[in-house]
Design a protein around this ligand. Structure first.
Ligand SMILES: NC(=O)c1ccc[n+]([C@@H]2O[C@H](COP(=O)([O-])OP(=O)(O)OC[C@H]3O[C@@H](n4cnc5c(N)ncnc54)[C@H](OP(=O)(O)O)[C@@H]3O)[C@@H](O)[C@H]2O)c1
Length: 224
């Protein structure tokens, strides 16, 4: 019989994060997930904790209930789109700071604080990035503010690669595809279940591989 695997999903109240928590639980993983408000309808096996990733006190308070836990996967999924207009000249400094804090600074701080809980050798630390973050893939800077915040996430996550390499763990920046969520909209090409199943497959595939990789839900390696 295979060993039980343990996942911590940060930002799982809805959308892809919730889908991934449900998918892993359906596949037999033990899942701890975080929400900053209400607990959504979900698989009965998921344990919930409260966290706003931008709140340093809440991040600190998360340590206590998790103090004896160890995870095969820590996945920081939380993210925001930023100002609807996506125009640098229109955006206020507060809007830009809020976007970069939510999508880059807080996810990486949160992950750095949780890293001692990641299993050595086979553990995967993953961030929900976007293909739009790639200078090579996003040639025309589509949704530039959102894309720049995810590019910042990719770069800041690289700094953690020294710590993950030291323990032979794997670091992933994941593009979930274009997904039908509040953020992705109804015209998106993938359902939450399709994206979440693809991402769950990647978590199996990259286990024990080491390094820092930028991959999509379907297993394609993206250009930084
Ligand atoms: N949908 C797409 O097509 C697509 C494509 C590429 C990348 N992504 C990325 O995939 C991730 C999930 O996107 P989604 O489409 O599922 O978006 P979504 O439906 O808007 O859900 C966003 C999730 O992030 C949480 N969140 C946002 N700010 C948070 C904070 N400060 N602290 C804790 N949780 C926070 C939200 O919690 P609340 O419910 O409390 O707001 C919600 O659970 C995001 O990082 C997004 O950038 C999405």
């Amino acid at each position: 019989m295979e060993d039980i695997k343990y996942a911590l999903i940060i930002g799982a109240s809805r959308g892809i994060g919730l889908g991934l928590a449900n998918t892993l639980a359906e596949r037999g993983w033990q899942v701890v997930a975080t929400t900053r408000n209400v607990i959504p309808a979900c698989h009965s096996g998921i344990d919930w904790l409260t966290l706003d990733i931008n709140d340093a006190e809440q991040r600190n308070a998360l340590q206590e209930p998790l103090s004896t836990s160890q995870f095969d996967v820590i996945f920081v999924n939380a993210g925001v789109y930023g100002p609807e207009h996506q125009d640098l000249l229109q955006a206020s400094d507060e809007e830009l700071l809020s976007l970069f804090t939510s999508n880059a600074f807080s996810p990486v701080r949160c992950a750095a604080e949780l890293l001692p809980l990641l299993t050595p050798k086979t553990g995967i630390l993953a961030f929900m990035s976007s293909q739009l973050a790639s200078l090579n893939e996003n040639l025309h800077a589509t949704y530039p503010l959102y894309a720049a915040s995810k590019a910042a996430l990719n770069m800041l996550s690289r700094e953690l690669s020294q710590s993950t390499a030291k323990h032979q763990q794997t670091l992933l920046c994941v593009h979930p595809g274009w997904v039908q969520t509040d953020m992705g909209g109804a015209d998106a090409t993938l359902t939450v279940a399709q994206s979440a199943n693809g991402i769950a497959d990647q978590l199996d595939k990259w286990r024990g591989k080491g390094g820092h990789h930028y991959v999509d839900y379907a297993g394609n390696v993206l250009s930084w």
